[in-house]
Design a protein around this ligand. Structure first.
Ligand code: CUA
Length: 334
């Protein structure tokens, strides 16, 4: 109804009604308090205006009144805080069974990749009624992935991954914006989220089928000679990458980190940042690798199960240990 007026986007995700209720509560409270203050200012100005030469009675404060005007606002903002924290947690913690989509922002477009390899630009197809988790990266500057109808927004920051999830509640086309000024054509960095009924979504997926993201990552893994060291056998000079995703990794020096997307990414572009316990810091940096290829490698390592490391081929040679050596020349993809 409000969407018809054009002041308010429609509610098309599971979190939208909760966000709107909270928003209206805060707006309502603000309007009510402002109105009370404004009315009292005017009333007091008239009621207690100076009339001739009378001297007003002195006032020495009122403890009950002071307690009341401290405790009541405290109660109101405490309600706002607890309520907001619950809504926020719901917005940032994705359900376990979410479909993962990789998003790369660049000046000035959104590139989106589905796990089965479907790629889109400035348009994202999602099924209604299933949670979708986005893994966001940027190739240049900070962008912000913003879908008003879903009440969700997340910056895409160069050099790391950020995350966002939503679940569409009705089919339709919903506006996607970049909500962070990112240069000349920032205002043209817009697109659509296309929410489809599951059957229709499946049809769309199969009509767009390409090699899966993880499969493309496997080829990058061979192409960039990662296999030369991460060969998962006794002669391996690098750590075994099978089934490491979301598991703790012991580092040199005794620290332990979780092998999440950001850890994998960092270990590719800046391998010396965190050295796995028991290994030499011999891996060259892959700084400058295009974000798409990084995402493919991340998807491959996430999907890599025990025994699935591709066999090492004869041409595989370990990289030199010169930290400044450029990215190894890729082999052409067969
Ligand atoms: Cu990208 Cu604004």
């Amino acid at each position: 109804m409000l969407a018809d007026v054009g002041l308010f986007p429609e509610q098309a995700s599971t979190v939208a009604p909760a966000v709107d209720r909270l928003y209206f509560f805060i707006i309502g409270t603000t309007v009510a308090v402002s109105t009370i203050v404004a009315v009292l200012v005017i009333y007091f100005a008239i009621r207690y205006r100076r009339r001739g030469a009378e001297i007003p009675e002195e006032i020495h404060g009122s403890t009950p009144l002071e307690i009341a005007w401290s405790v009541v606002p405290l109660g109101i903002v405490a309600v706002m805080f607890i309520w907001s924290a619950r809504v926020y947690l719901n917005i940032v913690v994705p359900p376990d069974d979410a479909i993962e989509v990789y998003v790369t922002g660049r000046q000035w477009m959104w590139k989106l990749q589905h796990p089965d390899g479907q790629r889109e630009i400035n348009e994202l197809h999602v099924p209604v009624g299933r949670p979708v988790r986005l893994i966001l990266g940027s190739e240049d500057v900070i962008h912000s992935f913003y879908v008003p109808a879903f009440r969700t927004k997340q910056d895409a920051v160069p050099g790391r991954y950020t995350f966002l999830w939503f679940q569409a509640t009705k089919p339709g086309r919903f506006r996607l914006y970049c909500a962070e000024y990112c240069g000349t054509d920032h205002s043209k960095m817009i697109g659509w989220i296309v929410a489809q009924e599951p059957a229709e979504y499946q049809r769309w997926l199969s009509s767009q089928a390409d090699r899966s993201l993880a499969l493309r990552g496997r080829q990058r893994f061979l192409q960039y000679q990662c296999i030369a060291c991460h060969s998962a056998d006794a002669a391996a000079k690098g750590p075994n990458l099978e089934a490491i995703f979301n598991k703790p990794v012991a580092l040199e020096g005794g620290r332990t980190v979780l092998a999440d997307e950001n850890y994998i990414r960092e270990s590719i572009v800046n391998p010396r940042a965190k050295i796995v316990a028991g290994f030499e810091p011999i891996m060259p940096t892959f700084q400058g690798m295009p974000e798409d290829e990084l995402l493919e490698l991340v998807a491959f390592i996430k999907a890599l199960r025990p025994g699935e490391t591709p066999p090492r081929n004869e041409e595989s040679t370990p990289p030199q240990s010169d930290p400044k050596s450029p990215i190894p020349k890729p082999y052409p993809i067969p």
